[in-house]
Design a binder for this molecule. Structure first.
Ligand code: SF4
Length: 282
């Protein structure tokens, strides 16, 4: 793993493409992702972005934006004004192309510095997304944030291992436990099945998420969910083969419909980008 400490010039990126529906800005404390060689890294759509990887192998580098906390403070007001002039709330999605609580965060605490800066200069809404129970390290700071907050815990399915893929960044039990602990503190948590993996026992899984305190689930298939209409980016990876080995029909979009219909018996469901934008239905 190559770790590069960098002074970033920009931090808050004005949304374009599908993110426009979700937020006014995205914020990535790191470039690259230390979880890139885990199972989630296989289908991670960011790995196909040459502008971000700059020719480097996904999962083998992390750029640490060591000045991110200061940069947030310097630029947040201007970006909030930009959003409000367009009559849109200043909504930050953290993160769209990295994990804020990846292993490097234990050492560099870039995400923590940003969250602390947000206590003084909050967005209107903050959406956090992580695969890691390390988010619990910042529970105290999350509770101090004076803004609307949604915490997306990525849990793609109820199996820790898919055939031929590496292990996940964090076990399912640990992620559900983190979701439970955050929910018990009164924080709004959403389980994010993105991309949806074949489920062993969907009824049991959604019941477990409901009992852990999830407010909703987001269900997103790699088809339409990886930035292409046909899922063509993901089809180049080992993920569809692994999914097919478990359940043949799970690689088709109809599987998403099937699972959405089951999930609605337990929790409000947001489908694909609508879910990321906070729109759920029962
Ligand atoms: S944690 Fe998120 S950003 Fe990192 S490799 Fe996994 S899916 Fe990609």
């Amino acid at each position: 793993m190559q770790i590069n400490l960098i002074q970033s010039k920009t931090l808050l990126t004005r949304s374009s493409g599908y993110l426009k529906e979700v937020c006014s800005h995205s914020l990535n404390p790191y470039g690259g992702c230390g979880y890139g060689l885990s199972s989630c890294g296989e289908g991670c759509y960011v790995r196909f972005n040459p502008w971000l990887t700059q020719g480097r192998e996904w999962g083998k580098f992390v750029d640490v934006k060591i000045n991110a906390g200061e940069l947030y403070t310097q630029t947040a007001e201007k970006e909030k004004t930009w959003a409000h002039k367009r009559s849109i709330p200043f909504t930050i999605f953290m993160s769209s192309s990295t994990d804020p609580w990846q292993p490097a965060e234990k050492k560099y605490r870039v995400t923590r510095a940003i969250l602390q800066a947000m206590i003084t200069c909050p967005p209107d809404t903050l959406i956090l997304q992580t695969h890691s129970s390390n988010i619990l390290d910042d529970q105290a700071t999350l509770l101090k944030l004076p803004c609307s907050l949604r915490i997306h815990i990525s849990i793609e399915g109820d199996r820790n291992h898919l055939p031929g893929l590496p292990p996940p960044p964090c076990s399912i039990d640990k992620r559900i436990s983190a979701l439970r602990q955050l929910s018990e503190q009164g924080l709004k948590t959403i389980a994010c099945l993105s991309p949806l993996y074949p489920l062993e026992n969907p009824h049991k899984f959604f019941d477990r998420l409901k009992n852990a305190g999830a407010s909703a689930v987001i269900i997103d298939h790699f088809i339409e969910g990886d930035g292409t209409a046909e899922g063509s980016r993901t089809l180049k990876t080992r993920l569809p083969t692994a999914m097919r080995q478990i359940q043949e029909d799970s690689i088709h979009l109809s599987y998403r419909t099937q699972i959405v219909n089951i999930a609605r018996n337990y929790l409000p469901v947001g489908v694909s980008s609508q879910g990321f934008a906070g729109h759920y239905s029962c």
